[in-house]
Ligand binder design. Structure first.
Ligand code: UDP
Length: 469
């Protein structure tokens, strides 16, 4: 790079909505601060992006460049169903393709063109690719900082995780609030998927070679944990990484990378609902609920007689996943009160004045978005980091409730109705809303001029400038 030219940052993301979203949002922040971004992901994202019109805003190729590589599988391969094959092919063939792509980009642009590579945690091997190409790297951790600390303990002090058979057993991990075994991320438990354990192990080792670890939260959300980590394993919060309109800022770069077409008609539907009257329900981009879970939610919604907007994502193209069906007659019986869509612009929905609360699987992006919108939560976690995230809500944030469910992970109709009632009209409903609005305020401040996350981004850019001299 010669003086006066923009610094260039490479960003690499897995083809998962919950990963692409925060990475794209960080890219937009960098661009606004004068950097040029090249965002690399797999061809399946390009295939989806081209299909959906809601993805296009103003694409300025001078600011952001998209590059795609093959993950080694055909476009119609069901990556959700055969995750083992997906992850192993991505690591073996996909990594080679990504490396070749970066090599070509360097050939075109020149040695030392890229100041840094920002890496998705599901691609730990990309950190080695950055080393091979002499590019300093940073990890963008897209779960709460608490989860990063748990992962650190898991890999440094495995004894703390031995003999955790009873789901109600209390676990004391340094720097963290007391947790129960059932609140730990699944990969730390004996029944956790070996695939995830392997990726986390690789990430733990690879992360030692990154110069920075960034978190998508903001300092106020997790200050005790961030302070605890500062001396040994520093993590820098640069979030909340949500769309800028949610923070009251101008959205100058209009591009989105939605993997499904959002049904914008639901916004018009919300316009006709009164303030804080609608339950918004979504379980993110990966989870497929069981038939029993869907039946119980449907029954609880019908009995509660509240308005609701429910996202039920269809099966992937070529997928054999059995997407549960709504109980017969449900749509007809609830047509005055409810709307079911396949996908929506969740951020717009959460910002709508008609939305009263969010029934969510507690994916970290969804939680950050609801915090920024000031909308209380009804947590229905399933696996991965979700149970831990849910525990954080209950204990620390106090901006909602978490459902109780049996060993089969299914919440009963009564429990769902109880949770809805508690958040919408229970004795602590007002307190939860107040807490949600306080957190919204803190989140907005973090990315304002002089805010903690904004300062961390500026510091990172300064670090990059210093590395070049
Ligand atoms: N999302 C969306 N429309 C929907 C449902 C989800 O745009 O109908 C977005 C949501 O805003 C969030 C992402 O998909 O940014 C889901 O990420 P999260 O971490 O919450 O869950 P995951 O999908 O990774 O389980």
């Amino acid at each position: 790079m010669t003086s006066g030219e923009k610094m260039n940052v490479l960003m690499v993301s897995t083809a998962l909505q919950g990963h692409i979203n925060p990475i794209l949002k960080l890219a937009k922040r960098f661009i606004q601060k004068g950097l040029h971004v090249t965002l690399i992901t797999t061809e399946i994202v390009r295939d989806r992006m081209l299909n959906y019109t809601n993805n296009y805003g103003t694409i300025n190729q001078q600011e952001i460049q998209f590059e795609f590589f093959s993950d080694g599988l055909t476009l119609d391969f069901d990556r959700n169903k055969d995750k083992d094959k997906f992850v192993s092919t991505l690591r073996t063939i996909g990594s080679k393709n990504m490396s070749k792509l970066i090599e070509n980009l360097i050939r075109i642009n020149g040695h030392k063109f890229y100041s840094c590579m920002i890496v998705d945690p599901l691609l730990p091997w990309a950190i080695d690719i950055a080393i091979d190409h002499n590019i300093p790297s940073a990890l963008l951790w897209i779960q709460p900082c608490a989860l990063y600390l748990i992962s650190y303990h898991y890999h440094n002090n495995i004894d703390l995780f031995n003999d955790l058979e009873d789901p109600n057993e209390i676990v004391q991990l340094p720097g963290l609030p007391l947790l129960e075994v059932k609140d730990l991320p699944s990969y730390t438990l004996s029944y956790g998927a070996p695939r995830t354990k392997q990726v986390m192990m690789e990430l733990y080792h690879a992360a030692k070679n990154t110069k920075w670890v960034f978190a998508t939260s903001n300092y106020d959300l997790e200050k005790e944990i961030i302070d605890y980590m500062a001396s040994g394993i520093p993590i820098y919060p640069i979030g909340p990484l949500v769309s800028q309109f949610m923070l009251g800022e101008n959205e100058t770069i209009g591009i989105n990378m939605n993997m499904w077409e959002a049904e914008d008609s639901c916004i018009g539907w919300l316009d006709n609902k009164s303030c804080s009257s609608v339950i918004y329900i979504s379980f993110g981009s990966v989870i497929v609920l069981s038939q029993e879970q869907v039946n119980n939610i449907a029954m609880a919604l019908k009995n509660s007689e509240k308005s609701f907007l429910w996202v039920i994502k269809p099966a992937e193209i070529g997928s054999e996943d059995e997407v549960p069906e709504l109980p017969q007659g449900f749509l007809e019986e609830t047509k005055e009160k409810g709307l079911v869509v396949k996908w929506c612009n969740q951020e717009k929905v959460l910002m709508h004045h008609a939305v009263a609360c969010f029934m969510t699987h507690c994916g970290w992006n969804s939680l950050l978005e609801t915090i920024v919108a000031g909308v209380p939560v009804i947590g229905y976690p399933k696996w991965g980091d979700q149970p831990t995230n849910a525990k954080v809500i209950l204990k620390k944030f106090q901006n909602g409730v978490v459902m109780n469910f049996g060993e089969d992970g299914v919440a009963s109709v009564e429990e769902i109705m109880r949770s809805i009632k508690e958040v919408m009209e229970g004795s602590s409903a007002e307190e939860m809303k107040k807490r949600a609005l306080e957190m919204k305020e803190e989140a907005r401040k973090a990315l304002e001029e002089g805010g903690s996350s904004n300062k961390n981004i500026d510091q990172f850019i300064n670090d990059l400038k210093n590395l070049e001299h």
